[in-house]
Design a protein around this ligand. Structure first.
Ligand code: DGT
Ligand code: MG
Length: 367
C-alpha cells in the first residue's frame, strides 16, 4: 500500500480534532459530489448508525486533506477511505463527477425522505415508514399524521424555517433575544455558536448560548423565565412555538445524579422565534428556529465547544478524549472517567489544553 510519505504529501490524521477543516476546502468539488451519498446514508440509516457514521467520517477526512487529491494512490493513503470510495474518487478525477451521486439525487425515495425529514419531529425511521405507506408530499404527511398535533401545529412555520438564514439576520435575532435576556436578568453574556460561529455564510437555525460571567448558580431557573417572557411578548408563539424545554436540574435533582449522568446537562429550549420585520427590508415577520442554551460559568468552555460543532468534529473530539485522555467530554462539562469528577474549564482554550490538543479556531472546525 502506498503511504503518503512515499508520495511526499503531508499525513492526514484520522481524527478531525487533529486536522484543520476550512470551508471551502481544497477538495470542495469532490466533497460536494459526495454529499448526496452521505445524506442518502443518513436518510436510510439515521445519523447515529455505523453505515452513516463511517461514510461521514470518510468525507470528513477528505474535507481535512490539505492538498488537492489528484490520484487514487493519494486517496488510498488517506485514513478511513475504503476501496469503494477510492473508486468513486478515481471516477471524479477522470470525469469531474460521480454518476452514483447524480443517480441518488434523482431517486424519488431520496427526494421524498429529504423533504419529510425537514419537518421537526420526523426522523429517518418515521420518514421511511411514511414513504413505504405512500407518503410523497407534505400534504400527504399531514393527512397521515392526524394524531400528531405537535407536527400539525408546527407545519404553519415550516416554509419559513426552510429558508437559509444570513449572518446579518442571525445577529439581528441575537440582538432581539439579548434585549429580553437583559429584562429577565441583567449581566448575561450571549454567544452565537453552531455553523454561524464556524463562519458559514448561512445557517439552518440560530444557536444562542447564554451564561452569567463570574457567577455560578445565577443561571438556575433562568431559561424558563426567559421562555415565559418570549411567549408573553409574542416572540415565541404560545401555540406550538416551544418545541422542547429541558432543564438539567429537573430530571436530575441531586448533584450526585447530575454528575453521574452521561448526557447533556445544560438547560435548553428549542423554539420557533418570530423575527420582526421592523428594521429589515422585509414586509412581514418571519419564523426562525432558535436554540437557547444556558450554561454555568465554570463550564462555559465545554458548552461553547460542544455547540460550535461540526457534528463530526465533536464526534472525533469525544473519541480522542475518551481514548487518550480518559476524559468524558460533553457540552455540560468535562469529567474524569475514573473519578467521575467535573474538571473546570471556563474557556474553549482550557478544553483544548485539557485534551492536549493544539488550538483549532472555529472556522477550521467544518469537519
Ligand atoms: P445548521 O444549524 O444546520 O446551519 O448547522 P450547525 O452546524 O449549526 O448544526 P446544529 O445547529 O444542528 O448544531 C450545532 C452544534 O451543536 C452541533 O455541533 C451539534 C450541537 N448540538 C445540536 N443539538 C444539540 C443537543 O441537543 N445537545 C448538544 N449537546 N449539542 C447539540
Ligand atoms: Mg445551527
Amino acid at each position: 500500500q502506498p503511504d503518503s510519505a512515499a508520495l511526499a504529501l503531508p499525513d492526514v490524521h484520522e481524527l478531525a480534532c487533529f486536522r484543520t477543516s476550512p470551508r471551502p476546502c481544497p477538495n470542495q468539488q469532490l466533497v460536494d459530489q459526495l454529499k448526496p451519498l452521505r445524506e442518502w446514508r443518513f436518510l436510510q440509516h439515521g445519523t447515529g448508525e455505523p453505515e452513516a457514521i463511517s461514510y461521514a467520517t470518510a468525507v470528513s477526512v477528505i474535507i481535512g486533506t490539505p492538498f488537492v487529491i489528484t490520484s487514487a494512490d493519494q486517496a488510498r493513503a488517506l485514513p478511513k477511505i475504503g476501496p469503494k470510495l477510492v473508486v468513486k474518487i478515481q471516477e471524479y478525477i477522470d470525469k469531474g463527477f460521480i454518476q452514483e451521486s447524480r443517480d441518488v439525487e434523482q431517486l424519488e425515495r431520496f427526494k421524498v425522505l429529504r423533504l419529510l425529514t425537514t419537518v421537526h419531529g420526523v426522523g429517518h425511521a418515521l420518514a421511511n415508514k411514511l414513504y413505504d405507506d405512500g407518503t410523497r408530499t407534505l400534504d400527504d404527511l399531514q393527512a397521515m399524521l392526524k394524531d400528531r398535533h405537535d407536527i400539525l401545529r408546527y407545519m404553519r412555520f415550516h416554509a419559513d424555517l426552510q429558508e437559509p438564514v444570513s449572518r446579518t439576520e442571525v445577529e439581528s435575532v441575537r440582538d432581539f433575544v439579548r434585549l429580553q435576556v437583559d429584562k429577565v436578568l441583567p449581566g448575561a453574556h450571549l454567544e452565537l455558536c453552531g455553523g454561524y460561529r464556524r463562519g458559514k455564510a448561512t445557517s439552518g437555525d440560530i444557536d444562542i448560548l447564554i451564561t452569567f460571567p463570574h457567577q455560578d448558580g445565577l443561571e438556575r431557573g433562568f431559561l424558563r423565565r426567559l421562555v415565559d417572557r418570549l411567549v408573553k411578548k409574542g416572540l415565541v408563539p404560545r401555540d406550538g412555538g416551544v418545541l422542547s424545554l429541558t432543564e438539567a436540574g429537573s430530571s436530575r435533582t441531586t448533584w450526585a445524579n447530575r454528575r453521574a449522568s452521561l448526557g447533556d446537562t445544560l438547560d435548553k429550549a428549542l423554539v420557533v422565534f418570530r423575527h420582526p420585520a421592523n428594521g429589515t427590508t422585509r414586509t412581514r415577520d418571519v419564523w426562525r428556529r432558535v436554540d437557547l442554551v444556558v450554561a454555568a460559568w465554570p463550564h462555559w468552555g465545554p458548552a461553547v465547544l460542544g455547540w460550535t460543532g461540526s457534528t463530526q468534529f465533536e464526534r472525533d473530539l469525544r473519541r480522542h478524549a475518551g481514548k487518550l485522555c480518559r476524559l468524558h467530554v460533553h457540552s455540560g462539562g468535562i469529567r474524569d472517567k475514573e473519578t467521575n469528577e467535573h474538571v473546570e474549564a471556563k474557556t474553549e482554550r482550557d478544553c483544548f489544553r485539557l485534551l492536549k490538543l493544539e488550538w483549532i479556531p472555529p472556522h477550521l472546525r467544518n469537519a
